[in-house]
Ligand binder design. Structure first.
Ligand SMILES: *[C@@H]1O[C@H](CO)[C@@H](O)[C@H](O)[C@H]1NC(C)=O
Ligand SMILES: *[C@@H]1O[C@H](CO)[C@@H](O)[C@H](O)[C@H]1NC(C)=O
Ligand SMILES: *[C@@H]1O[C@H](CO)[C@@H](O)[C@H](O)[C@H]1NC(C)=O
Ligand SMILES: *[C@@H]1O[C@H](CO)[C@@H](O)[C@H](O)[C@H]1NC(C)=O
Ligand SMILES: *[C@@H]1O[C@H](CO)[C@@H](O)[C@H](O)[C@H]1NC(C)=O
Length: 462
């Protein structure tokens, strides 16, 4: 059972694509009256509806015509008729082929001669049939390429208008292989077929079609730079864009055999660097110009460091000179808090307390434990370079001013006394300290006085 099913499945897979192919073909409007050109000679160029294509396969509707020529005019000899018409699905002729000539075949005696053309003045264009359309007044050289040591070829022509100069070229580099026919100041009557025959009777021909044809005047929009030879058939126009622009379209147009330019006039499109989309709210765009040579400038919000280039330039190639910069928030790390010092106020810009890092502008206020003196700054601020305005203060053990005893004064008089400091009491007139020697109060290491200041007593009581 399984095997049978599989077999029928394969059957379907093999059959279906054929059916699908056919139905698509029908959708494309193909009918059995269309003609196909298939497996064409690789050197053939086909012109259909005035459009020239190099393809090995095309389909043409009934009653339409194509014109066929060989690539590299004169280097291949077209064998067959250049005009093909489709009639009820059949071509009226066998598709032509291209036969290599002497310049391709190493100047073999058995190859037809190559015919090249040169135009010291004037212009010419190639027609779809392979004929050379020449503008009147041109000077045309036709070169039949043949190895001189094998004998002299011969030029013949169909025009009865005049005789033409023929012979081996003069220049040393050409005299042994170029057999030339020159037509000076070409006239309409020079139209015709020019044939070169080798001593062995092999021939190649070129058809000359003298025609006075102009292409329309080209209008070129600023800022495009153009070099337009003229509007005669065979003339060229070349285009270029200034820096900062990209050429859209072909760089070169030819005025064709049919009096039409080979393409639309191109245009210059300004080159733009990619849009920069700033998503980081801390990054501010101060200036932005994304045309070539333009600049984009950035800054960071206060309290942030700019990493990268603050100004970037849109280069000729449409790329920014560097990526846009980044902003990093500047922070101060919470400093080490000395012993006996404590933070009494933590005003962070974020409002969050007790984080180990603080934003620029954060303020820390310190105080000391009792019996300690604050040495340094009581408040420090996180600055824009990520450092604190000062080190946190130190708190050092001190004895406080104990207060004057009644009728007496303490000397020396200070706010704070260091450990080991002593004080003495000077009594007001009429008062004395006890006569018996009393120990002077000394500031102890714990910030406490060794004892109270001695009292001042009235004489009368002593
Ligand atoms: C092809 O060009 C010729 C000559 O300019 C013109 O007369 C003819 O109408 C063109 N054919 C098409 C299909 O454009
Ligand atoms: C071309 O012909 C010359 C002389 O007949 C011969 O020496 C040479 O090898 C040939 N070259 C090629 C590529 O056939
Ligand atoms: C910026 O945004 C635009 C529009 O959203 C987008 O087309 C473009 O690719 C973005 N550019 C970059 C560099 O991400
Ligand atoms: C942008 O920069 C280019 C090149 O520097 C300049 O020519 C152009 O005027 C600038 N555009 C604006 C809107 O500033
Ligand atoms: C930070 O700035 C202050 C004041 O401008 C300066 O005194 C200090 O040297 C700077 N510190 C660093 C590490 O740059």
């Amino acid at each position: 059972m399984m095997t049978v099913n599989l077999n029928s499945l394969w059957f379907i897979i093999l059959i279906i694509p054929g059916l699908i192919g056919q139905s698509y073909a029908k959708q494309d409007g193909l009918t059995s009256l269309d003609c196909k050109l298939d497996g064409l000679h690789p050197f053939l160029i086909i012109t259909y509806k005035n459009i020239t294509i190099a393809a090995d396969k095309i389909t043409i509707p009934h009653s339409e015509r194509v014109t066929v020529r060989c690539r590299e005019l004169g280097r291949y000899k077209l064998i067959g008729d250049p005009f093909l018409q489709c009639r009820n699905g059949e071509w009226n002729n066998k598709p032509p082929s291209c036969l290599p000539t002497t310049s391709i075949s190493n100047y073999s005696e058995n190859a037809p001669p190559t015919i090249l053309f040169g135009l010291p003045t004037g212009s010419a264009a190639i027609e779809p049939s392979g004929a050379l359309a020449v503008f009147p007044g041109s000077i045309l050289h036709l070169e039949c390429l043949f190895a001189r040591q094998l004998g002299n070829p011969e030029w013949t022509w169909t025009s009865t208008f005049r005789q033409y100069l023929t012979g081996w070229a003069i220049a040393a580099s050409e005299k042994d292989w170029k057999y030339r026919l020159s037509i000076y100041y070409v006239k309409n009557q020079d139209s015709g077929v020019y044939t070169c025959s080798t001593p062995k009777g092999l021939t190649n021909s070129i058809r000359i079609h003298v025609i006075d044809l102009h292409c329309p005047t080209l209008t070129v929009a600023s800022p495009m730079i153009s070099r337009i030879q003229g509007t005669r058939m065979g003339h060229k126009a070349e285009f270029e864009c200034p820096d900062g622009y990209r050429l859209e379209g072909p760089q070169r147009l030819n005025c064709q055999y049919n009096g039409k330019w080979s393409s639309e006039v191109p245009h210059c499109e300004p080159i733009l660097c990619p849009q920069i989309n700033v998503t980081n709210p801390r990054l501010q765009v101060l200036a932005y110009n994304n045309t070539v040579g333009g600049r984009a400038s950035f800054d960071c919000m206060w309290g942030n460091n700019l990493i990268g280039e603050a100004t970037i330039i849109c280069r000729d190639d449409g790329k920014w000179s560097s990526p846009p910069p980044h902003c990093f928030q500047i922070i101060c790390r919470l400093p080490a808090i000395p012993k006996n010092t404590k933070i009494i106020e933590d005003r962070s810009s974020s409002g969050k307390k007790r984080v180990r890092v603080k934003k620029v502008g954060s303020l820390l206020r310190f105080a000391c434990l009792p019996s300690h003196q604050l040495i340094g700054e009581a408040s420090i601020i996180c600055m824009e370079n990520g450092t604190w305005s000062h080190d946190p203060p130190q708190c050092e053990v001190r004895c406080p001013y104990p207060g004057d005893p009644p009728h007496g004064k303490i000397a020396p008089l200070k706010f704070w006394y260091k450990p080991e400091d002593t004080i003495q009491v000077t009594c007001s007139p009429g008062y004395v300290t006890p006569l018996e020697p009393v120990k002077r109060p000394t500031c102890r290491e714990n910030g406490m006085w060794s004892g109270p200041p001695p009292p001042c007593r009235s004489y009368r009581d002593v």
